[in-house]
Design a protein around this ligand. Structure first.
Ligand code: PGU
Length: 404
């Protein structure tokens, strides 16, 4: 018999979102006629815009012709897409050859964990996107789960809440090799300021750590004073890499397209460029993003496509505003919802899972319990704005009735 990977046994329960799906199905079974509305998983719902759809269709049709057919492409992505990402989304502050196109930010997170290996020590924001911790556990970068502390041994949890403006107290943080940092943040919706990110970059530089900056929601930042990329911060090129995605920007959650920027200056202790090893990982464990989808990505970054992308983002941002207004009027303590698609609300003395169950069984609205994002999320619930407008409006009416 094959021994089970002991790291898998360290994981606590199933992955957060399938667990929520399971609870939702149980409620559906008991209430087959209820209309359940999801403000749960951050999954886009609006159809793709015409220019983007047409880019995908054209690419697909091309594959059916002798001239248009292509097989394996460059593992790092199509040259013109790398150029467009560098130009349109970064205004030239990163080079096309530093952009590695992928099948999504989650997949790249897993490959980055393989890149850094099992000995790498890790810090995460608490609360944070569960993949950073769960992936680190699977790889063996952590110790076991510490019931008493409610967290994994060997991980530095950087508490980020209203008391510290959702930015960690770096003065009291132990050095780690890797620091995961997400802004706009999932789940709190907090967006770090330039000053805060400067502090973070300086901290990483002083400690010779590497920042894994997750900018999956950067397209939701409208305030020109808030940085959309870590590379807007001086010195970041020596200490940071950045993961990002077309998922929330262009509704590509199911289409699958993302990228990671690894700057040429980023090095390991022995002077090896991180990009050299990243290229080795990508060429060995990944065969490039779908050629059809990459053409869809190019369509998103064309002039007309990018206008459509902006419209879609505005649509979800309007939803976020509707949710935030309702939760505030209900009298809850609410964060996020501006420059971000998530609202984060304290559930008045209730546990996260208790509040989640109550909202699900009474209002038939799916949310995400804050505790699923780490011990710092206990007592909170996350509300996602990625629904259809009419559903969001109906959901907030039900929330007013049941929580008000
Ligand atoms: N990074 C962050 C911070 C995310 O919140 C998500 C998706 C991703 C990466 C994944 O991006 P892809 O490019 O689509 O791979 N978070 C959603 C979906 C849940 C999940 O498991 O990815 C959420 O509801 O938190």
């Amino acid at each position: 018999m094959v021994q089970r990977n002991p790291n898998m046994a360290k994981l606590r329960a199933g992955y957060l979102f399938p667990e929520i799906g399971r609870r939702r199905r149980a409620v559906v079974e008991q209430n087959p006629n209820a209309k359940i509305i999801s403000l749960g998983i951050g999954d886009t719902t609006e159809p793709l815009a015409p220019n983007i759809t047409s880019g995908l269709v054209k690419a697909c049709q091309g594959m059916g012709s002798l001239e248009g057919y292509s097989g394996y492409g460059a593992e790092q992505g199509m040259a013109d897409l790398r150029e467009k990402i560098a130009e349109v989304l970064y205004g030239g502050i990163v080079k096309p050859e530093e952009v590695y196109v992928s099948d999504g930010a989650k997949c790249d997170t897993g490959r980055l964990q393989v890149l850094f290996g099992k000995e790498a020590t890790v810090a995460v924001q608490d609360p944070s996107y569960p993949v950073y911790v769960d992936g680190s556990v699977i790889l063996g970068q952590t110790g076991g789960y510490n019931e008493e502390a409610g967290q994994f041994d060997g991980i530095e949890y950087m508490r980020c809440d209203a008391s510290n403006d959702f930015f960690p107290d770096l003065a009291n943080l132990k050095r780690t090799d890797l620091i995961y940092f997400c802004s706009p943040n999932n789940p709190t919706g907090a967006v770090s300021t330039k000053e805060q990110l400067k502090e973070l970059v300086e901290f990483a530089k002083k400690n010779q750590s590497i920042l894994i900056f997750d900018a999956a929601y950067s397209a939701y930042i409208e305030d020109p004073d808030l940085p959309r990329s870590i590379f807007e911060i001086e010195g970041a090129r020596e200490v940071a890499l950045e993961i990002n995605s077309f998922s929330k920007m262009a509704g590509f959650t199911g289409v699958r397209l993302g990228w990671t920027v690894v700057p040429q200056e980023l090095q390991f202790e022995d002077g090896t460029p991180v990009s050299k090893d990243w290229n080795r990982i990508v060429t060995t464990l990944f065969n490039g993003a779908s050629n059809i989808v990459q053409k869809g990505g190019l369509a998103c970054l064309s002039e007309e496509g990018y206008r459509e992308v902006q419209e879609m983002i505005q649509y979800y941002k309007t939803n976020a505003g509707i949710i935030k207004k309702a939760l505030t009027e209900i009298g809850l303590e609410v964060y996020g919802g501006e420059n971000s698609p998530y609202c984060w609300a304290r559930m008045k003395g209730k546990g996260s899972w208790e509040a989640f169950e109550e909202i699900l069984t009474q209002a038939f609205v799916v949310t995400t319990p804050g505790a699923g994002f780490g011990p710092g999320g206990e007592g909170f619930v996350r509300f996602s704005s990625f629904g259809h407008r009419a559903d969001v409006e109906e959901a907030v009416e039900r929330l007013r009735k049941h929580l008000g």
